[in-house]
Structure formats: C-alpha cells, structure tokens
Design a protein around this ligand. Structure first.
Ligand code: AMP
Length: 214
C-alpha cells in the first residue's frame, strides 16, 4: 500500500505513520526525521536544512524533492510506503506524482488527519521526542516513566527546537499557506480521505485502518 499522510504539525502524522507502518508492513518515510538525522550527523544536507527548520520554515522544494527521490529509489519501498511530512507544497506533490508515474506505483490513498488548531498547539508545546529511536511522548497525555528517558530504548527525550511557541506559530502559518492547498489537489484526484485525529492514537489508527479497508 502506498500512502501519503497530510495534517497540520501536531495532528499526529508521525504517531499514525509509525502504527500504520507496523500494521501494514510498509516503510515509514518521514522527511522531518531524515532532516533531523542529517542535522545530528552534521552533513551538508543537514547544515542546509537546519536554518529553515529552526525558524519553522520549509526547506526549499528542490532540496526535499531530491532527497525523497533518492529515498524512493531504494528497494524497501517496493512493498509500499507511508510518506509523512511530504509532500508539503503543490510542486512537491507534482514531483511525487511524476516519480510514481515513472515507476508505475500510483498512490492508493491520502489520509488527511483533521484536528482543531487549539489541540494542535497543546500537543506541540507538550511534545517530547526520543533523540535515539524517535518515540513520541507528551508531558501531560503520555509522559515517560522516568523524566527525560525514553521508555522504549533508554535514549534522551528532548523538546524539538521547532516546538517552541514562536516556531509553532510560524509552522502553523506555513501549513495554512503552503500545505493546506494540497487537500484540494488530492481531492480532485479522488484520493483524499479525511480522518478524525482528535481521539487516542489507538482510536485514530482504528479509523484509518477501517477507511483503508472500506
Ligand atoms: P516535521 O517533523 O514533519 O514537522 O518536519 C520538521 C521540519 O523539517 C519542517 O518544519 C521543515 O522545516 C522541514 N521539512 C520536513 N519535511 C519537509 C518538506 N516536505 N518540505 C519542506 N520542509 C520540510
């Protein structure tokens, strides 16, 4: 199965993508995770991306598109994939269509996770992430057993720089301007499936799986 996950920052794309990837046996490709790995490793790509990420801006299309093309050329995507955080602009969506057309692997569905703005702000400002395995926590709803330590791997749990209030505001603005128009793009193609993202992770997974089966 080949899926794209859409939704505002904090809508729960990463959480749902991880669960769906397990349930469906397909790879989870998060452009945000790839950029964070590149930043941590101090690569040229990471250096290029960091200044945009820190201020909640989008990394330029040509940089992201090149990176995703490379990722989609790896053999593990043949069984299917879940794209999380890509595409984020119409030119990215067009580039993705072209790549998938060339390899004759069209998308099966685009899940749009819908969550009210105040929920998104609450989730982002309390979000914590494991530096090592990427597990996602929340200081109120899903705290770690021991503060600052990942329950799953023992890695350091931290707050992303772009989960600070100023960057959150900027990311939501960028989402409304550049990414929200993608819902029209995929609705026109008959691929868009809205998913209520306000429930628990298990509830949202159940809704998504039911939609994909139906
Ligand atoms: P995320 O983890 O998906 O919230 O992404 C974190 C940051 O990485 C974003 O705020 C952007 O700066 C950058 N980023 C991730 N995916 C993309 C994309 N498809 N296009 C442009 N920038 C991206």
């Amino acid at each position: 199965m080949r899926l794209v996950l859409l939704g505002a920052p904090g809508a729960g794309k990463g959480t749902l993508a991880k669960q769906l990837s397990k349930a469906l046996g397909v790879v989870h490709i998060s452009t945000g995770d790839i950029f964070r790995e590149e930043v941590a490793a101090g690569t040229e790509l990471g250096k290029k991306a960091k200044s945009y990420m820190d201020r909640g801006a989008l990394v330029p299309d040509e940089v992201v598109i090149g990176m995703v093309k490379q990722r989609l050329s790896r053999p593990d995507v043949n069984a299917g994939f879940i794209l999380d955080g890509f595409p984020r602009t119409v030119p990215q969506a067009e580039a993705l269509d072209k790549v998938l057309e060339e390899s004759n692997q069209p998308l099966d569905a685009v899940l749009d996770i819908v969550v009210p703005e105040e929920t998104v702000v609450r989730r982002l400002s309390g979000r914590r992430v494991c530096r090592q395995c990427g597990a996602i926590y929340h200081i109120d709803n899903m705290p770690t057993k021991q503060e600052g330590v990942c329950d799953k791997c023992g890695g350091e749990v931290y707050q992303r720089d772009d989960d600070q209030p100023e960057a959150i505001r900027q990311r939501l603005k960028v989402y409304a301007e550049a990414t929200a128009p993608l819902t029209d793009y995929y609705r026109t193609k008959g691929l868009l499936r809205p998913v209520d993202g306000t429930g628990t992770p298990e509830e949202v997974l159940g809704t998504a799986l039911a939609l994909l089966k139906g």
